[in-house]
Design a protein around this ligand. Structure first.
Ligand SMILES: C[S@@+](CC[C@H](N)C(=O)[O-])C[C@H]1O[C@@H](n2cnc3c(N)ncnc32)[C@H](O)[C@@H]1O
Length: 205
């Protein structure tokens, strides 16, 4: 078990009970995402957490494969889906790094509040690009701390050693857009409620 897995398992219960921080922005992101969906779509969500977003989107697509590094997050997500009578989500404890899927499998991939938590976002973005069908979309919402709290680069690693934080990478919104376009994506939609909030992007293959 990695230190990241331990961190996310430890906070899973608390995470599932936390209210959405900015409900208005969350609703806007859901609406924009659903404008891209259709009932035939095969969707992957990585870093799905306790499954709240997958459960909301499930009625608009054919199937969602929702993966997360944390067994505890997945157990909570499965329970929530059952309570909501949602039958078209398959939850799996699996990292984006471990995921092995044939090229051109998915119509849409969701990576929400996750890219800044990965060791190597470039490799993950390249994988997302390869597993998307041509014309498929990658929906991301990413905190780009390099734009408003670059100093976190200094304290983040200490907080991680002490178990206060998971691994957090500090990069700017511009860095993220370059990573996406360098992988071959074109930016179809981009929105940020304010400079200190996550950047929401729909990138097209
Ligand atoms: C900040 S939470 C976001 C959860 C959810 N996407 C949301 O928006 O509420 C990050 C999630 O990513 C998961 N995670 C962290 N590293 C991961 C990895 N390498 N592969 C898959 N999931 C990972 C964590 O367990 C956690 O559930």
């Amino acid at each position: 078990m990695t230190t990241s897995t331990k961190f996310w398992d430890k906070i899973a219960d608390k995470y599932s009970k936390q209210p959405i921080v900015d409900e208005e922005s969350y609703q806007k992101k859901l609406t924009v995402t659903q404008e891209y969906f259709n009932p035939d779509m095969e969707v992957l969500e990585f870093g799905c957490g306790t499954g709240g977003t997958a459960i909301i989107h499930a009625p608009y697509v054919k199937h969602i494969r929702a993966i997360d590094i944390s067994e505890k997050m997945i157990a909570i997500a499965q329970g929530k889906a059952e309570n909501n009578n949602i039958n078209n989500i398959t939850f799996e404890q699996l990292t984006i790094e471990e995921l092995k899927t044939a090229n051109s499998t998915y119509d849409a991939v969701l990576g929400l509040s996750i890219l800044h938590l990965l060791e190597d976002k470039e490799t993950a973005i390249a994988k997302v690009y390869s597993i998307l069908k041509p014309g498929g979309i990658f929906v991301t919402s990413t905190t780009c701390m390099g734009d408003f709290m670059g100093w976190f680069k200094l304290i983040g690693p200490i907080g991680k050693i002490l178990g206060f934080f998971p691994l957090v990478r500090v990069f700017t919104g511009q860095d993220l857009i370059e990573s996406l376009t360098n992988a071959g994506f074109s930016i179809d939609y981009q929105w940020q409620p304010s400079k200190d909030k996550a950047i929401f992007i729909v990138a097209k293959k």
